[in-house]
Design a protein around this ligand. Structure first.
Ligand code: COA
Length: 150
């Protein structure tokens, strides 16, 4: 398994993995535009020349970052790839001086194993919600906010 920064040739596979889950209501959809714009935030797991997982670290505010767009291909789940991707994003966050990482997720058990704890959404600064206006669920967000202090 190769873990590396995402590049343009990964965009279509990232788009497919995320939106196949989004079509099942398991995560939020992503447009190609948003994938291109956040490509520098993303890392991928590559196996036999195929992208089998992705996740991104998005800087939000002073010492605050979000883990988002985490998705592992159905055929590659439960092999530690999701955990490895999040840990690599946390290392990047730490190197940048981030002190708090949060995520908005339905996968609370997965993130709890990595040390994230549930918090009321109101605990997150208002800046977090800036991009939510583009979400199809806005303003009825049903994701759970979880944070990790690093
Ligand atoms: C959630 C997801 C990212 C997990 O990735 P994964 O590669 O299968 O997870 P890992 O194999 O790294 O699992 C790490 C640990 O978390 C556990 N785990 C994984 N998903 C879990 C869940 N939903 N609830 C509780 N524990 C979970 C695993 O059992 C494993 O524990 P172990 O080390 O004790 O065996 C993946 O299933 C996925 O892409 N799901 C659909 C998209 C999605 O929901 N993304 C999250 C959006 S925020």
């Amino acid at each position: 398994m190769i873990y590396r920064k995402a590049v343009f040739k990964d965009a279509e596979m990232i788009h497919k993995i995320i939106n196949d889950y989004a079509n099942q209501g398991l995560m939020l959809p992503r447009s190609r535009n948003s994938i291109y714009e956040s490509l520098r935030d993303m890392i991928v797991a590559e196996e036999n020349g195929e992208v089998v997982g992705t996740g991104s670290l998005h800087l939000i505010w002073d010492e605050l970052a979000e883990v988002r767009a985490l998705a592992i291909s159905p055929q590659a789940v439960k092999r530690g790839i999701g955990e490895t991707i999040v840990k690599r994003l946390l290392t990047e966050a730490s190197e940048l001086g981030v002190k708090t990482v949060f995520t908005l997720t339905y996968q609370t058990g997965f993130f709890a194993k990595l040390g994230f704890v549930e918090v009321p959404k109101d605990d997150l600064p208002q800046k977090v919600w800036k991009e939510c206006i583009n979400c199809p669920k806005f303003p009825n967000c049903d994701e759970v906010a979880m944070i990790l202090r690093i």
